[in-house]
Design a binder for this molecule. Structure first.
Ligand code: S0N
Length: 291
């Protein structure tokens, strides 16, 4: 754990937390606070935070670290900015400059579509992920934002899809989950027309939870996180799994079932089964009611 450089800025405005940076990343920042909040930011502002394979590998690693940290309950997911030209972005999708045949080329020239793994991790991580969107959330960046549990938009946020214009599309969560969030008509409009939508239009269609002034974005994220952190981790974990279960099919049921198993392990009934095996005797469940 290294101390955060005080000059580093993710977004303007005051942030009431003291952060410690973790990981040795190039394209990503992972910061941990002692309040149970993590901040993960894409750090390619000169590319409007577009992701290349390395970015996705590092994001996956950062989210995995947070997943394994029992002190963290909420992740703020955002983009470093502003860029030198003053532009802001949450993420402008896949880095078009490294797109090759069959995917985005990594540093060995191998084509990757590894953002799909990251999408699933954001869904399955048993913590609340809040997107903080300043500037553009476009293409695959809009999909990453969509898959966060909650989304707060700065006044300057812009959302949209470009796939049919730039030769790509996300026929997975990018379509099906979008349609669940904003409705079939709006989702088809977003993909077929490739328009841009401002923060208030995004709020009106249910794509974001709230719009705040740019300088207030981080603060607002921290306030939301603090409210969430007052509540039961188990309830929130099970609720997140439940919200995803239907959409995510068997994998969603697996997550929800895993949470049930986790709770069962803690009961006297669950412990008796294990204890009996260890003690080489028959289990005694006679005290457990058949409710
Ligand atoms: C974001 C936009 C609207 C910003 O416009 P603005 O503010 O005028 O800035 P620019 O001058 O355009 O950009 C500033 C610099 O940033 C670079 N840049 C911006 N976006 C990208 C990008 N996506 N890739 C690479 N570079 C980018 C600009 O080039 C510029 O740099 P310089 O000055 O050096 O040229 C505007 O920039 C814009 O429209 N960007 C492109 C948005 C876009 O089309 N994104 C890609 C959409 N497609 C995907 O995301 C693929 C989805 C995907 O990944 C996927 C989905 C499902 C299954 C698999 C996959 C997968 O492939 O993994």
């Amino acid at each position: 754990v290294e101390p955060t450089e005080p000059k580093r800025l993710v977004l303007p405005g005051n942030c009431p937390l003291v952060w410690q940076s973790q990981g040795n990343y190039q394209d990503v920042w992972l910061d941990i606070s002692d309040e149970g909040i993590a901040r993960i930011a894409i750090n390619r502002p000169e590319k409007r935070n577009a992701f290349r394979p390395r970015t996705v590998v590092e994001l996956y690693d950062a989210f995995s670290r947070v997943r394994e940290n029992p002190a963290i309950g909420v992740v703020l997911f955002t983009g470093v900015g502003p860029a030198a030209d003053g532009g802001y972005a949450f993420c402008a999708g896949g880095d078009q400059s490294v797109r090759g045949d069959g995917g985005y080329l990594d540093e060995e020239g191998v084509p990757r579509l590894n953002v799909l793994d990251l999408q699933r991790l954001i869904r399955s991580i048993p913590k609340v992920v809040i997107a903080l969107v300043a500037g553009y959330a476009i293409g695959g960046g809009q999909v990453l934002h969509l898959l966060c549990d909650l989304s707060l938009a700065a006044e300057n946020a812009q959302f949209g899809q470009t796939g049919p214009r730039v030769g790509s599309f996300d026929a997975g969560f990018g379509c099906s989950h979008l349609a669940r969030v904003v409705g079939q008509r709006k989702a088809r409009e977003i993909w077929f027309l490739c328009r841009r939508y401002n923060a208030h239009q995004a709020l009106a269609m249910g794509l974001v939870n709230e719009v705040v002034p740019l300088f207030q974005l981080q603060n607002e994220g921290v306030l939301w996180a603090r409210e969430i952190l007052q509540h039961s981790p188990t309830a929130i974990r099970c609720l997140k799994a439940a919200f995803n279960a239907e959409t995510d099919g068997m994998a969603g049921l697996q997550e929800l079932a895993g949470q049930a198993t986790h709770l069962f392990y803690k009961t006297e009934e669950g412990k008796e089964g294990q204890q009996a095996f260890i003690e080489k005797r028959n289990p005694d469940f006679s005290q457990v009611p058949w409710l």
